[in-house]
Write a new protein. Structure first.
Length: 215
């Protein structure tokens, strides 16, 4: 693609998947988003590793503000800075997959939940970070239908999970296995999730659940 004119397919392309490509870097990502400005579906699953930083992800956000689907799972060097940029600019986001991140906080999670009104799928499975209590940060009811919090060891208590469950009446699929949840979570599920179709609790190792709550 030489010169100023791009082929028509470049302008029209809106769905891009580059998965399991471990040489992806900030520089390459900048080239990609500059070349395909109309992307709404972007999947970098298991491609980014540690090569991309907040700089590269912020370049995506700045150029692709119509994003509806974003998968940056297994990205080791992304921090709250990028998540706040997503919340600020990607208001059309419907699916966000950010599994196995290392640095998330309650503020960044709730900022995305509160700023992306069309969000349907939210996946931060097996992520680590500093999540203490975000229940006071939830500002509205959510449209989330798919939620994956499996193995999020950063969750130090049940407050965030309960707040999201109670604020998400449309939940159909939820995975929270691998977390030492208590009775309050199961009670919130029973009282709030009337549309639930799939539930993965996997209570092995959970010492805070009693039989009465499960009944």
């Amino acid at each position: 693609m030489n010169g100023k004119h791009k082929p028509a397919y470049v302008s029209n392309l809106n769905h891009l998947e580059i998965t399991y490509y471990h040489s992806l870097s900030d520089k390459k990502i900048k080239t990609i988003v500059d070349t395909f400005p109309n992307i709404i579906h972007l999947d970098f699953k298991n491609s980014i590793g540690f090569a991309i930083t907040d700089k590269g992800l912020c370049a995506i956000i700045g150029s692709c503000r119509k994003l509806e689907h974003l998968n940056i799972s297994y990205c080791g060097n992304i921090s709250d800075k990028s998540l706040f940029e997503i919340a600020e600019n990607c208001h059309n986001l419907q699916e966000f997959h950010f599994a196995e991140t290392r640095r998330i906080t309650d503020k960044s999670i709730c900022c995305i939940l509160n700023s992306c009104p069309n969000l349907r799928k939210f996946d931060i499975a097996y992520s680590k970070g500093e999540i203490k209590d975000a229940s006071t940060l939830m500002q509205r009811c959510l449209n989330i239908e798919y939620l994956d919090f499996a193995g999020v060891m950063a969750l130090q208590n049940d407050a965030l999970i309960i707040a999201i469950i109670k604020g998400s009446p449309n939940l159909r699929h939820i995975e929270i296995s691998g977390n030492d949840i208590g009775d309050e979570v199961t009670e919130a599920l029973a009282h709030s999730c009337h549309k639930l179709e799939y539930l993965d609790l996997n209570l092995e190792g959970c010492e805070n659940i009693n039989k009465k709550a499960m009944d």
